[in-house]
Design a binder for this molecule. Structure first.
Ligand code: SAH
Ligand code: SF4
Length: 400
């Protein structure tokens, strides 16, 4: 029920000769009390509950398995969906810090939920556990927003609320854009979850038509671009979608987005030792984004089983950051969270995918090294897009 587009609930109620105020009662149960069953839909007559049971699922998530790390600051939840697909969300707590005077903190405490938009992902970035898993399926709107309801329900007894939602879990949100847009609408609707659009971030690996469509719709949330390399040969390897939409097209679309919406675009850059963290890369990055309304987040790579790569050292990250900053661009180094519970960025799905067989891992690692070495020499990839990704990109023409 949480995924119903505006007006559908009202239409269904009127078809069933129900008074209009039932819509508010149902929304309150779903979005203030995070109901999971028809039983938990408060104040409804039994006959109506029985009708609802026939037409809707109150909750699309069948089971949750929570693991806690970072001394309680990071909680990963594995959600099992109706058809057995598994997706993950990660709840990160950031305590209040600093003093603004009069006993008030400078930065208020935050509770950020990182959610999934697809089961698996077709893009196949070689440093990402979800990418290694391949594509499962798109999530339904309700399956996306129910991840949020579950986290909010877990926080409620301690009087805490989610302050931010980021689409940085499993999947490429812009390849499931209709449902992601519906989810954002529901999450920001004051009658439903009521989270300000400024507190929602959608991250993309660079689906240019999707970015352009968002720009035409106007500011709905903060856009983040997963860049990871400023030069095409290397980005072809790190983000295979680059073979379809090269870096200049991605940045041009992001630049237009910032200009039209007036909202700063943030760029994510995973730091991989010896691969994309050289001075040449830093200078190329600064050149690429010079003068833009943009900010870069540097994220030391989290360990993932099938890759031969490791995070850049803290010293290298600091030098890289300084060099880019010197080029006139805002840079933040992101702290790693949840590594021990496999709950860090890009680690989602790592644990349950099961370890691939050792020879397969070795072959995969070798091919990744070969590709990145060729990229270092400046050779652009001549490989076709993986079949999964080709299909996903071809199918995702806007439906509206
Ligand atoms: N598919 C979208 C959103 C989900 S991925 C995208 O790529 O933007 C969310 C973020 O996690 C991306 O910035 C991604 O690059 C990053 N990530 C993936 N694997 C990672 C790893 N091993 N270490 C650190 N960050 C990683
Ligand atoms: Fe997909 Fe994002 Fe992982 Fe790339 S980083 S494989 S786009 S989830």
């Amino acid at each position: 029920m949480s995924g119903l587009a505006d007006g559908l609930l009202e239409a269904w109620l009127s078809e069933h000769d129900q008074p209009a105020f039932r819509a508010r009662q149902i929304r309150d149960s779903v979005w203030r009390h995070y109901a999971r069953t028809t039983e938990e839909l408060r104040s409804l007559p039994a006959a109506l509950k029985a009708e609802i049971d026939k037409s809707f699922r109150v909750d699309t998530i069948e089971a949750n398995d929570v693991s806690v790390s970072d001394g309680g600051l990071t909680e990963k939840t594995l959600h099992r969906l109706g058809d057995g697909q598994l997706v993950e969300s990660v709840l990160m707590h950031y305590p209040a810090r600093g003093f603004a005077g009069a006993g008030r903190p400078l930065h208020r405490e935050r509770h950020t939920l990182c959610i999934s938009s697809q089961a698996g992902c077709a893009v196949g970035c070689p440093f990402c556990a979800t990418g290694e898993l391949g594509f499962g399926r798109d999530l339904e709107t309700a399956e996306i927003v129910d991840q949020v309801r579950h986290a909010a329900r877990r926080l409620a007894p301690s009087g805490r609320h989610l302050t931010n939602v980021v689409f940085m879990g499993m999947g490429e949100p812009l390849l499931n854009l209709d449902r992601v847009l519906e989810s954002v609408e529901i999450l920001s609707d004051p009658r439903e979850f009521g989270l300000g659009a400024r507190h929602i971030v959608v991250s993309t690996s660079g689906v240019v038509p999707g970015i352009r469509r968002l720009t035409a719709l106007g500011p709905q949330f903060t856009l983040a671009i997963s860049l990871h390399a400023a030069r095409d040969p290397l980005r072809d390897v790190l983000v295979p979608l680059n073979r379809r939409w090269p870096v200049a097209e991605v940045v041009a679309a992001a630049r237009d987005h910032a200009r039209v919406t007036g909202r700063r675009v943030s760029y994510e850059y995973v730091m991989i030792s010896g691969v994309n963290d050289t001075d040449i890369d830093a200078d190329a990055l600064a050149r690429l984004l010079r003068g833009d309304l943009a900010h870069i987040n540097l994220i030391p790579m989290n360990p993932v089983a099938h890759t031969p790569w490791q995070a850049s050292s803290p010293e290298r990250v600091a030098q890289f950051a300084e060099r880019v900053r010197h080029g006139g661009i805002g840079v933040t180094v992101r702290a790693n969270r949840g590594q021990d519970a496999g709950a860090a960025c890009g680690q989602l799905a790592a644990n349950r995918a099961g370890e691939p067989a050792a020879p397969a891992v070795a072959r995969r690692r070798e091919s990744i090294i070969r590709a990145s070495e060729a990229a270092m020499l400046g050779n652009r990839s001549t490989e076709a897009l993986p079949a999964d990704l080709e299909a996903a990109v071809a199918l995702r023409r806007p439906r509206r």
